[in-house]
Design a protein around this ligand. Structure first.
Ligand code: SAM
Length: 249
């Protein structure tokens, strides 16, 4: 593992770059607030009794990575009131998004969609992702009761549920794709969510190096994407080094 000071510098530098690109000031300031919060203890308490989840403690919340710190900082900077994410699994991203909505005080809500990957049925994904929920636990099991006040979790495939959910919303501040990384599902989600995003709203997609869908969609809507890297601790020689991408409407 790299020293925590280097991880902090990595996250800060990328959030400062992203903030300049989006013209959203002080994204890294929100990350600093998050690092100093008690979210690390909240997550540690949630996983403490679950044997399946092997990492029980972290020396810093920063170890959970640039991706989740970006999600938190974007919600804060956008003063988001409506956020939709696809792909929940344990709920780690959900808890970062919900924490941001709580800290913002803007009465925002998170809508999440997940087709669960259970021990009994195996992975819901058709993209090679094989991580499963712990035995007996449901999607988003990490999210504690205090974070659930404005969390609307829908169980099912995004291709079935997203159009109906979006049909009930006036405007969306942030859309996060992290469900099934097949070209079909990615393009379906992007093409469905984009019209619902408000001007200046943000589309964030994880694992964009899996196929060309994110880049194809960026061309389709004539937007230049901002690309962010994998954390140094997860860098693999020969890999693309790319983790997630952002488009602004
Ligand atoms: C990569 S995990 C999500 C991880 C989570 N976003 C995080 O960062 O903590 C992908 C999740 O999407 C679910 N999933 C797979 N295909 C799906 C689909 N078509 N629609 C919705 N969820 C799906 C999987 O079961 C799994 O729970």
């Amino acid at each position: 593992m790299i020293p925590i000071a280097d991880q902090r510098q990595f996250i800060t530098a990328h959030l400062d770059d992203l903030g300049r690109w989006l013209d959203l000031p002080d994204l890294s300031g929100y990350a600093t607030q998050l690092e100093r919060s008690d979210l690390k203890q909240t997550v540690e308490a949630a996983v403490a009794e679950v044997d399946f989840f092997r990492t029980k403690q972290w020396d810093s919340l920063l170890r959970l990575g640039l991706y989740r710190f970006t999600q938190y900082s974007l919600v804060r900077a956008l003063v988001a009131t409506t956020v939709i994410e696809t792909g929940v699994l344990h709920g780690l991203s959900s808890i970062f998004l919900l924490q941001a909505l709580l800290d913002d005080g803007a009465a925002g809500c998170l809508i999440s969609i997940d087709a669960p990957s259970t021990q009994g049925d195996g992975p819901a994904n058709d993209d090679g992702f094989v991580e499963l929920l712990p035995p007996g636990l449901g999607a988003g099991w990490i999210v504690p009761p205090a974070h659930r006040a404005c969390w609307d979790l829908h169980i099912g495939r995004s291709t079935d549920l997203l159009p109906g959910i979006l049909g009930q919303r006036e405007s969306l501040d942030l859309f996060v794709h992290d469900s099934e990384h097949t070209p079909h599902t990615m393009l379906f989600e992007f093409e469905t969510a984009w019209p619902a995003l408000r001007p200046g709203g943000v589309l964030l997609a994880d694992n964009i190096d899996t196929n060309t869908a994110f880049f194809d969609f960026a061309r389709q809507v004539s937007r230049q994407p901002h690309i962010l890297p994998v954390d140094p601790d997860h860098y693999t020689p020969g890999g693309s080094g790319i983790r997630f991408g952002i488009l602004r409407k």
